[in-house]
Design a binder for this molecule. Sequence first.
Ligand code: HEC
Ligand code: HEC
Length: 263
Amino acid sequence: VDTVKRDLIRTALAGAGAIVLAPLAAGARVEGTGAPADGLPWKYTGLDPDATADRAYRAHRTGLGCCYGVFEGIIGQLREQFGAPYSGIPSELFAFGEGGIAGAATVCGALNGAAAAIFLTAGGTDEKKKARAFEMIREVFGWYEQEPLPDYRPGDAGSEVRRVAARSPLCHVSVSRWCEATGLKSFSKERSERCARMSASTARQAVRILNAERASSFVASHPLSSEVTSCRSCHDSGGVLEDTRTTMDCGVCHFSGETRHPE
Ligand code: HEC
Ligand code: HEC
């Protein structure tokens, strides 16, 4: 058996959490929920946020980009600490997320990589664990949308990178608002540096949240704005219209110019 296969087997075993408690036999189910037994979350005993940021920055700069950068920044350390099950998931998988998934500029890859790392280390498919992990993931999103970023500077300093609040988890909006604010091009080396620092900042924030959760002190501090909450009260789940689903800031796309909400 080659190393990769051996690692995968180990992952399957260790991933089952306790083999005794939840055998990962095909079709194993969490009692009462119908959800597959997943062995999540995997072992997490805390990481240093700043070391994580440095590692994510360097990983991003290898050329594999934001999503790989953040996932490797966090999970690469856990792979070194614990081996299996982490050794069964190659960080390289997350190269797909570059440029908002294959350059399509949809969800920012730094957020995508952070979401994957959070779900693996603090999540699970049973309702309670999933809801908690989603709360943590949405807190990273809220932070990313609302804070002026990047707030990371590599050790070798380099030049200042202008901080801009993205107002959106979308790569397209995040990059273009930054380009508009700085006058720099979206395929420039400055933008590329900005995104490497975004990866560092995002990985650090995800680890701060994971550490807080571990210490039972995690509280979301970037809730939806009152405007978005109001829009969603009619247009989202349970609203009179219920014709949308999103926690994104509506005002970035709707009624930011001349058009007004119908009376
Ligand atoms: C009190 C309930 C309510 C709230 C709050 C509300 N809407 Fe609406 N919205 C409606 C209704 C009802 C319509 C449909 C109006 C129509 O078809 O004439 C509508 C229509 C729309 C449309 C379609 C517009 C168009 O031109 O056809 C958009 C987009 C929209 N709302 C976005 C928003 C956003 C963004 C917010 C928050 C800033 C918001 N809504 C807040 C009830 C609401
Ligand atoms: C990233 C941009 C973006 C964000 C953020 C966004 N929307 Fe939209 N929304 C769109 C687009 C694009 C459409 C499709 C418009 C069309 O085809 O006319 C749409 C469609 C809608 C429609 C149906 C419009 C119609 O013509 O009937 C409603 C209602 C709506 N959005 C409400 C919201 C609300 C409420 C929020 C925030 C909770 C929100 N949107 C956030 C881009 C966005």
